[in-house]
Design a protein around this ligand. Sequence first.
Ligand SMILES: Cc1cc2nc3c(=O)[nH]c(=O)nc-3n(C[C@H](O)[C@H](O)[C@H](O)COP(=O)(O)OP(=O)(O)OC[C@H]3O[C@@H](n4cnc5c(N)ncnc54)[C@H](O)[C@@H]3O)c2cc1C
Length: 417
Amino acid sequence: MSNNHYNIVIAGGGMIGTSLALALAPLGLRVAVVEAIPRKAAAQPSFDDRSTALSRSTQRMFEAMGLWPRIVAASTPIRSIHVSDRGRFGFSHIDADEQNVEALGYVVINRVLGAVLQDALDALEGVDVIRPARISGIELAPEGATAVVDLADGSRQSLACDLLVAADGANSAVREMMGITAQKSRYGQHAVIGNLLPEKDIDNVAYERFTEQGPLAVLPVADGRAGFVWTVSEDDAERVMALDDPAFLAELQQQFGFRLGAFSKVGKRAAYPLVLSKALRLTATRSVLIGNSAHGLHPVSAQGFNLGMRDVAAIVDCIADASIWGRGPEASDADPAAVAAMLEQYAQWRRADQEKLVRFTDGLVKLFGSKRRPLRTLRNIGMLGFDLVPGVRSIFARHTMGLAGRLPRLSRGVPVK
Ligand SMILES: Cc1cc2nc3c(=O)[nH]c(=O)nc-3n(C[C@H](O)[C@H](O)[C@H](O)COP(=O)(O)OP(=O)(O)OC[C@H]3O[C@@H](n4cnc5c(N)ncnc54)[C@H](O)[C@@H]3O)c2cc1C
């Protein structure tokens, strides 16, 4: 096998690609991660200033991968979730105690999570991180795949591999090169994110408030601060981003109310256009989609990364069980039929979870975004029912925590080897 032959090439070293490389480590395969943006660059699109709520199944994965102590040290637990509808009667709330768990999830700043994951990746043996470099072409054949990589110095390199994994995000170029179409629909909304200081202690509560413009999430983060994800209409995003800090805080406060007292000291803001995207297939010859390249969700239910992590857990399970590289990574003995069967198993396994989350998230945005009277009435009954009907909250909480359905080993906290 030549130096440029890998068992697995991962396109994209963002949150999901990096996590996959780390999750594969116990299998002793030869892996390359190709990432377009230099480490610590302000332009890194994955490890940025957003805060991500990690679900319980993601926590279990990081536990099984031995990374959780470092991640939890930099995270803030969510002990309850408070859901309300601005200007409406009724709210719901889910409690960790009620679910018999220590926390419903943990909030971590993406940049902080990125530092932990990338440090661990850089320390791994058997993984080549090629960065900054961009995959500009691929060739897929039953005998193997090749990725053409454009390096920062203007040169070009070919990486041959047994399996190519696209983890290059919602606008995945590799997905297109694989010949897979993604259905996309714009929500006509932007998520404006940042953090601020609330007057009152946020006390490990995550708030989700549905407003006329869209959902507003306020999450507990380190140092008594709160991270916010504020959905505003596409037409209003530019104006909101251009407001000075006092005017911005006044508008945000008006949407959220005074449950946490007065807001102050808002940090740097950023805006993300919100698009629902769903790949029509998950695999092609010798190649597979994971994370946002397969599905891009509205951040309303804080599920995109967590769903992507379940893709990671499932593909690692499939790879481990298929014993494709039975004679060890040195031998390029990955049988084409075995790889195809393994990819088919992955696609079947992941389709239901991905479709359910797409429907659930999209439905939530539409239900709470609707101005139509019957829907508004329904959702108020729904939210009250949500609190009153026995069992409903439990089912919702299990989905939010990523614990519903058949779970791969890592999502159950079981090391893959
Ligand atoms: C405002 C907001 C809040 C969110 N909050 C949450 C939350 O609370 N919980 C949650 O679970 N999810 C959340 N999400 C979703 C989550 O951020 C995404 O699901 C996650 O970042 C997807 O990771 P990814 O690695 O698949 O893709 P990306 O983060 O897009 O990373 C793709 C990587 O591939 C690289 N790349 C691109 N093209 C190439 C190429 N040709 N060659 C090489 N490299 C390439 C990029 O540089 C990048 O590093 C949120 C999203 C938004 C917008």
